[in-house]
Write a protein that binds this ligand. Structure first.
Ligand SMILES: *Cc1c(COP(=O)(O)O)cnc(C)c1O
Length: 499
């Protein structure tokens, strides 16, 4: 496909601005003016529309096909929430709108959304207050661990370690390390849960807290979680809940009631805000009374008069973690989604998410190894170990699915299951789609049995077929396309030879 720079024709325009009738009062000083032409592509409006529409069709999305990417909760994003987010009163709002004479901001509507969202999330999770600022789950983790550190500092505790089960998402140890802690990994037991005896061995007064995904990335609810909370609290540790899998327990159980002190929510997972290409996201963080005073500023508060305002006056706050209100447009979508479903709708959501995962699990367990054969929560984790004996690995099965028009499940995560294939169908898929997916997986298993060699050069239907993955990781040339566009704009020669 041509780059937009290659479509450029000198003098072609999409829009012609009228001659300005505003008198020029002052020239932009010479040192701030561009010396050379910017070499932007010169195209018509139609050229631009075709170019970007074609590009968008190369993108795989929930709007086009089934997307069972485990742990990511790729559910359908209802268009209703999109239209609300586009209301001019929200979309055109500037966060620096001035104060009214009596001190209220001109952003009352937006502040009300954030204030109510805080209350709703507290109701759903059993926490006491939320910050809406963090811009994704991982950012929420860091915010939570920073509050954990502030808590220990305020009590004069000397803490060094954060304990994390070995099935955790990689962002957990990363967040702990960025906040200055060393991590201790706890192995899983033969049921896929955290080994509580090993935890007991590792717990001591230097442990700042435990970060645990609940339910776990293996799609398993840890039935010992209340006991674990007590053990961690006994050494004055903080219980951190990675809430990425909240979809599985929505409306059924609340992390706050299980002993957690702090948690994050991924709105782009549980509450269907858009999610892809690494963002955009929102990762609200909730805390119980214990950590309340450490919440980031600003916080949205309500006066007796009913007016909302931003309060910066919290001496123990960890400070800002993002500018203004966080990713407001996403929080607004999540708010609309929650109100649309209501309490009953949220319970139905988790019911169907769990039912769908168990349906797929039961139908596939004859064909793929199920490491933990027990009722799962919102996702089912298989292994391609049987297929690997024939030389067909989880990644090969993923490529096969791409050719069948389906997004592959998450593969090679969690790390505790060899050749793992982690399937999260979500509640928004119908039985027909689930059956189609199962058929394709069964077909993959049959092909692996009889013709394992066919997998080697898949996928065949994509613009880029199978790259050399080692070369892509070790010898990556991220400048290739950039350089090509500069060449197209006539500045650089010659084209680099490698891709
Ligand atoms: C997605 C995920 C995260 C990270 O969240 P982001 O919003 O992608 O930063 C952390 N933990 C688990 C278990 C996840 O699935």
């Amino acid at each position: 496909m041509e780059l937009i720079f290659e479509k450029s024709v000198t003098g072609r325009r999409g829009v012609r601005a009228p001659q300005s009738d505003v008198p020029v009062k002052a020239e932009i000083p010479r040192q701030y003016r561009r010396a050379k032409d910017s070499k932007l592509p010169e195209v018509s409006e139609l050229d631009a529309v075709r170019h970007f529409t074609t590009l968008s069709q190369r993108n795989f999305s929930v709007d086009t096909n089934f997307y069972p990417l485990g742990s990511c909760t790729m559910k359908y994003n209802p268009k209703f929430t999109e239209s609300l987010a586009r209301l001019p009163g929200f979309m055109d709002l500037h966060p620096l709108l001035p104060q009214l004479p009596h001190g209220e901001k001109l952003t009352q509507g937006a502040l009300e959304v954030l204030y109510e969202m805080d209350q709703i999330l507290c109701e759903i999770t059993g926490m006491d207050a939320f910050t809406m600022q963090p811009l994704a789950g991982a950012h929420g983790e860091l915010t939570g661990v920073m509050m954990m550190a502030a808590y220990h500092k305020s009590k004069g505790n000397k803490k060094k370690y954060i304990i994390i089960p070995d099935s955790a998402h990689g962002t957990n140890p990363a967040s702990a390390a960025i906040a200055g802690y060393e991590t201790i990994s706890i192995p899983s037991n033969d049921q896929g849960g955290m080994d509580v005896d090993k935890l007991k061995e590792k717990l001591n007064d230097e442990v700042a807290g435990l970060m645990i995904t609940c339910p776990s990335t293996l799609g398993i609810f840890n039935s010992e979680i209340s006991e674990i909370s007590e053990m961690v609290h006994a050494v004055d540790g903080i219980m951190y809940c990675d809430g990425a899998n909240l979809n599985a327990v929505l409306g059924r159980c609340r992390p706050g009631d299980l002993g957690f002190d702090v948690m994050h929510i991924n709105t782009h997972k549980t509450f269907t805000t858009t999610h892809g290409g690494g963002g955009p996201g929102a990762g609200p963080v909730g805390v119980t009374e214990k950590l309340l005073k450490f919440l980031p500023i600003s916080r949205v508060m309500k006066r007796k008069s009913g007016a909302f305002y931003l309060d910066y006056n919290f001496a123990d706050s960890i400070g800002y973690v993002a500018s203004f209100y966080g990713n407001f447009a996403l929080l607004l979508r999540a708010y609309a989604y929650i109100l649309m479903l209501g309490k009953e709708g949220l319970i139905e959501t988790s019911n169907h998410a769990v039912l769908n995962a168990n349906y797929v699990m039961q139908r596939l367990k004859k064909y793929f190894l199920l490491r933990y054969d027990r009722i799962c929560m919102h996702e089912a984790v298989f292994s391609a170990a049987w297929q690997a004996e024939k030389g067909v690995h989880a990644t090969d099965i993923a490529k096969f699915l791409i050719d069948q028009g389906m997004h592959p499940p998450t593969v090679y995560f969690p790390l505790t299951v060899k050749e793992s294939i982690m399937i999260e169908p979500t509640e928004t898929e119908s039985k027909q789609i689930l059956d189609q997916f199962v058929d394709v997986m069964v077909q993959a298993a049959a092909l692996a049995e009889r013709h394992p060699e066919t997998f080697k050069d898949l996928p065949k239907t994509t613009p880029i077929t199978r790259p050399d993955e080692v070369k892509a990781a070790r010898d990556l040339d991220t400048n290739y396309f950039l350089q090509r566009s500069i060449v197209a704009a006539g500045e650089l020669n010659p084209l680099p030879s490698k891709i």
